[in-house]
Design a protein around this ligand. Structure first.
Ligand SMILES: Nc1ncnc2c1ncn2[C@@H]1O[C@H](COP(=O)(O)OP(=O)(O)OP(=O)(O)O)[C@@H](O)[C@H]1O
Length: 303
């Protein structure tokens, strides 16, 4: 698949410390790429380098197959973004703010209406932005990023500070973009739950290092349930099941299997019963994505 963004060993050092180190991002056409990491992990710094707002210490950025350094204007004309909080004039209305960007980007009127409609601000367009709620301001920021209907949209924590309803609304909006407008979206967040529900691909960054990159599906597959089995004699049960081709791990008071199909569970159970080993409990354990994330980032505390 076409790579829309690729970075090669992208690095940024502030003082003596690398805040982003050797990051190789691969964002493919039509992806909703969720860029996840705890606060301070280096998400904004990476996005700023991708947008040419901060100069990398080392490494390269290619967008639409072209080197960012040599093709900045062309690339940015096809890219929309919302980095940190949206910038707008509070004393102007939503529509007037859109007009300012319209002039800068030189796009037709219909784009203004369409973008306002997508973020559902068409009925609030004549209100002064200083009277907007936080969610409305975020949506206006997204509308500004959408104004030229770019091929690539980059959003840095667009749901920061929003309530669950606001988060849900922005999630649905973002999910619709690749199909409706053939956009590729790169979105950063520190909330796995938010990314989980919309991203097709995930990159997880921690302390400036890309710890994981792959499809959301693969990440979810890491979440395959384990089966634990308690018997009245686990030692004997282990030997019997091992001889039958199973490879359980012996835990304190149970045998734990990586993953078993229903058929395998039934077979294990039957074999034990036939050998007169009482089966006391068969339990399925799922590791949730939050624990996988904590596992990958090594943060044992809340993000
Ligand atoms: N201009 C700067 N000068 C010095 N250090 C910086 C600068 N910008 C960012 N940093 C540091 O780089 C690290 C990464 O910051 P960054 O803003 O990229 O993180 P983040 O993942 O976006 O987190 P957050 O969600 O909190 O913004 C932080 O330790 C931050 O203090």
């Amino acid at each position: 698949m076409n790579q829309i963004i690729s970075t090669h060993n992208l690095s940024k050092r502030y003082g003596n410390t690398y805040r982003v180190k050797d990051v190789n991002l691969a964002v493919c056409e039509g992806d909703i790429y969720g860029f996840l990491g705890p606060n301070g992990a280096g998400k904004s710094t990476t996005l700023k380098m991708i947008l040419g707002l901060t100069r990398p210490t080392d490494g390269e950025v290619r967008i639409f197959g072209k080197d960012l350094g040599a093709n900045r204007r062309l690339i940015l004309s096809e890219t929309g973004s919302l980095i940190e909080s949206p910038s707008y004039y509070g004393h102007l209305t939503g529509l007037e703010n859109m007009r300012v960007i319209q002039r800068l980007k030189d796009v037709p009127d219909k784009n203004v209406w369409e973008a306002l409609k997508i973020v559902r601000l068409e009925n609030q367009k004549d209100k002064k932005v200083e009277q907007y709620s936080l969610g409305m301001k975020q949506r206006l920021g997204i509308a500004m990023g959408l104004l030229s209907f770019p091929k690539l949209l980059i959003l840095d924590e667009p749901t920061n500070g929003l309530d669950p309803a606001g988060i849900g609304e922005i999630r649905e909006l973002i999910k619709s973009l690749p199909e409706r407008y053939e956009m590729t979206v790169l979105i950063s967040s520190h909330l796995l739950s938010e990314i989980e529900q919309m991203a097709t691909t995930v990159g997880i960054i921690n302390d400036g290092l890309l710890m994981y990159q792959g499809s959301m599906e693969d990440l979810k597959n890491k979440n395959r349930p384990t089966i634990s089995l308690k018997t009245q004699n686990n030692k004997l049960a282990y030997q019997l099941l091992f001889d039958k081709g199973f490879s359980p791990k012996e835990r304190e008071d149970a045998l734990v299997f990586e993953y078993l199909t229903n058929k395998q569970v039934a077979l294990a159970n039957k074999s034990l019963v036939e050998a007169n080993i009482d089966v006391l409990r068969i339990e399925e354990h799922k590791m949730n994505l939050e624990s996988i994330f904590l596992d990958i980032t090594g943060k044992g505390h809340s993000l």
